[in-house]
Ligand binder design. Sequence first.
Ligand SMILES: [Fe+2]
Length: 388
Amino acid sequence: MPYDANLNFVFWSPTKVVFGENTASDVAIEVESLKCKKAFIVTDRDLAKNTDIPERIKKALGHLSVGIFSDVEADSGIHIVNQGAKIGKELGADCIVSVGGGSAIDTAKGIAILLKEGGKLQDYAGFQVLTRPQTPHIVIPTTAGTGSEVTYIAVIKDHEVGRKLLFGDYNILPSVAILDPKMTEGLPPILTAATGMDAMSHAIEALHSLQKEPIADGMALHAIKLIKQFLPRGVKDGKDMTARGQMLIAANMAGAAFSNAQVGIVHALAHTVGAKFKVHHGLANSILLPACLRYNADACGEVYLEVLSALGVSIERIRPDEAGDIAANKLLEFTEKLGLPQRLRDVGVPEEGLKECSELALSDGAIIYNPKFISDSAEVLKVYQQAW
Ligand SMILES: [Fe+2]
């Protein structure tokens, strides 16, 4: 899409990306290249309980490993970050290796802050509060979706006051991301599909964001192409290493795109039903995406033509004003084939909860980047109702 002559933007994605099957076994090389000697593994409870992945990483680190913290849960909280940081400090950790999905990676970003700065994590919430680089952090994702390995964002829940804190800071961008397809091999089909649709939402939201820019556009469009081609394969056969690898790349590119361009209404609405009714983040995005595209359609016709083209649709005969609706229908077809639920009512959201969500969603930080300005909760409610 053409940009005005007065375009200006910053693109910042300094994380080193290492890709390839079994590259996680070389994690020690990355620790040494960061000039660190005491790596502290942060991982989630399920992964430690049900797989040997954390132990394999510990073995690969050899004498460079000082220990594993495996108490991270979904929707990780400040108390877990505090616990992890206390143990990391006692062990004298000088770098973190996080292994897991978004929750483990974000928890590790929090621990990275406390190991460096001390004090209370809550004091560092917000945007660009930190003034110096934090503890070196190597990420090994075990899902292909969040892109958190290349984003400057961490979302950590304050369970005491029942809300999610947002940390947006260039100083918490991970140092290295190791994308090893073998690490996502055991992910069940439903989680493969849901996390993959999180990446799809990042890519589409980066494209329609008010802060969109050409470098992020390029990454987002390529990510959509890869997801369209390889997510169905990865869902059908989890051992398809080509599909697993290409999905890790897609999630990574979509992550770098939205870390710069931001997200919009889809994430604002998904965060809210996620916090209120514990809907899986990727699933919430997947369900809300079509209704949000229809909502934005009159403001984003040209953008949605590009999305359609990336989805493999011939756009010659499609007018910009029809593009949002057609893209929404294509995405519904796509998620139906993936076997994902398509309505909020199917994932435990009660109809009577929608009104409160529509009011809360207006104060989510993502909504300010949506291409259409939204200040009326009645408009949000209509979107929720359509997805319900
Ligand atoms: Fe997301």
